[in-house]
Design a protein around this ligand. Sequence first.
Ligand SMILES: *[C@@H]1O[C@H](CO)[C@@H](O)[C@H](O)[C@H]1NC(C)=O
Ligand SMILES: *[C@@H]1O[C@H](CO)[C@@H](O)[C@H](O)[C@H]1NC(C)=O
Ligand SMILES: *[C@@H]1O[C@H](CO)[C@@H](O)[C@H](O)[C@H]1NC(C)=O
Length: 254
Amino acid sequence: VDISCSYTYPSNHEIKTAFWFTKWGSDMDPKDLSSVPGYKGHIEYLGDKKSDCTLRITDLRLSDSAGYRFRFITSGEKFYGSPVSLTVTDVVLEMDPTSVSERENVTLTCRTKCTLDPITVYSWYKNGQPIPNSNTYSPVYILFSVSSEDTGRYSCANTSVSVSPSGEIVEGSSVTLTCSSDANPPVNKYTWYKTKYKKMSMRHSGQRYTIHNISSEDREGYYCEALNIIGRETIPVHINVICKYDTFGLFFAL
Ligand SMILES: *[C@@H]1O[C@H](CO)[C@@H](O)[C@H](O)[C@H]1NC(C)=O
Ligand SMILES: *[C@@H]1O[C@H](CO)[C@@H](O)[C@H](O)[C@H]1NC(C)=O
Ligand SMILES: *[C@@H]1O[C@H](CO)[C@@H](O)[C@H](O)[C@H]1NC(C)=O
C-alpha cells in the first residue's frame, strides 16, 4: 500500500529529517520506522526532503494495521502530519460442514471485512488453479455430492469493477472503469478487453481505463482481466449508457 502524502513548510526553513512512525504518546519520542527492527525492507520512504512524504508498505501483513504519522524537523521547527489509520483484513474461507463424507454437499463461503465496490465477482480455485466457470456473484460456492476427486485445497478471491461516474451516463461523455482485486498473491497486471461479434480485443492495460465519447454500444462487452502468479480471472462490466435526449421545436402558425 502507498500512503500518499505531501507537505509544506516555511520557505526559509530547511528539512533536516523526515520520517514515519507508528506509536505516539505524550512522553514518547517518535521513532523512525525504518530504523525499527522488522521494518527493514518492509517499508520504504518514497518521499523526499522537499514536498513529497509518500510511504510504501510492501508485503502487507495483518500486523501492519495501525495508525501511521509523518514527522519532519526543519532548521527551525518540528512538525507532525495528521494520523492515517490502516486496516489490513484477510479473506477467510469457511467450509460447512467442516468434515465430509462422500456424496455430501459442501458449502464454501468467502468472507472479508473489506468494503469493495458494487459489482463483485468471487472466483474459486482448487490447488491454485482456477475452477472453470466458477465465477459467482455470491460469496458461496457449493460442491454437490462430493467424491474423492474433490479432495484438494480450495481458495477464493474477490474482484470488483467500478464505473465512474456512477448511475446513468449520457452518450458522448467520458467514463472511467476501475478494476480492483484483493487476490493473494496480489494482482500484477490488469487488462481491459472489449468484445464485439464474439471477438475479444485488448483495449488497455492498467487498473483504470477511461473511455471517451461513450456510445450506447459500449453498454456491454467490456471485461477486466486480473492476473496474478496463480491465475487470471475475467469480470464483465455493465455501463449504464443512456441515449442523448433529442429536442425538437413545435411551432403553431396562427
Ligand atoms: C445436495 O443438494 C442437492 C441440490 O440442492 C439436493 O437435492 C441433495 O439432496 C443434497 N444432498 C445432500 C446429501 O444433502
Ligand atoms: C467482496 O466485496 C464485497 C463488496 O463488494 C464484500 O461485501 C465482500 O465481503 C467481499 N468478499 C471478499 C471475499 O472479499
Ligand atoms: C463521438 O462518436 C460519435 C459516434 O459514436 C461520432 O459521430 C462523433 O463524431 C464522436 N465525437 C467525437 C468528439 O469524437
